[in-house]
Design a protein around this ligand. Sequence first.
Ligand code: AMP
Ligand code: MG
Length: 323
Amino acid sequence: MVDILRANQQNLKEAGKAIRRGELVAFPTETVYGLGADATNDAAVSAIYKAKGRPSNNPLIVHITTLDQAYSYGEFDDRAKKLAVKYWPGPMSLIVKRSANCPLSHLVSAGGDTVALRMPAHPISRQLLEAANVPVAAPSANISGGISPTLPAHVKQSLGDNIFMLIDGGACLLGVESSVISALPNQNVQILRPGSVDAAELSEFLAQPVDQIQNHKTSDENMISPGLLSRHYAPKSGLRMNVAEPHKNEAYLAFGAHPTSQYSLNLSPTKDLVEAAKNLFAMLHKLDDYCQQHNCTMAAAPIPNTGLGIAINDRLRRASAAK
Ligand code: AMP
Ligand code: MG
């Protein structure tokens, strides 16, 4: 079982060295815990796919610390630059064309000609990236398709046998993954995965249309972004969403005032979407464990479909999609 290490300077230095040696290191970001490896090292990147059981056609986000790095790995047109300058560091991943001499492993692009880049804001991620001194590919640190990790214990439970090091940064601040935004030439900017900014805000900022891409239904469709598959974030137990009145035997994920059920957790008693996003995955993990022990299923309260609520509903929809 992997050791959980405190995020002090010494450990982050060791973690940086480990990444440079090609090891897998799980670490906190402001969104969820990431499973990091040197993005220029084919063997290290392929170890990420193996540890997660991730299909090889699902590309990875590469984490960086400077705009110069971004501009050397990808082709940023004016729109992409505008987004990078405004939203980085922060919870936005930008998909751009790989540059002509891009040094990143082709595995991070799943063999395609685009790459997803993100500059995280979390001080521990930044210190780790600086210690590693290489770009770091880091998908969420969970078995592929499972619920995303927002606590070190989630990572340990899911990947503890398969990773070299786990840096403990406590609970992630935001709790839902980055927005994935495609800014490719000759097409509208597209939101492939909703996060903390919505299409209206981006469209106003760029003064041009921005498309919100809907979930793909099956793995057979021509996928823009395989992580958009309908069934993702799959808990082991069934989940119904938009449920105002849960059955007595359902474990309930409440929002605001809530009706009684045998077991419930409240995303936000005051209906605060920021608090709800932060609690989402940790509460899903707990409810799922409860249901596995008590042989029941889950229901989630209706969440307003605005702002972060769009991202929360997106994750709930995919957690509740039929197997
Ligand atoms: P995660 O693995 O949880 O970090 O999620 C990363 C998301 O970004 C997944 O939905 C991927 O499919 C998506 N993604 C990463 N790179 C690309 C890319 N080059 N083109 C399209 N989607 C991407
Ligand atoms: Mg993920």
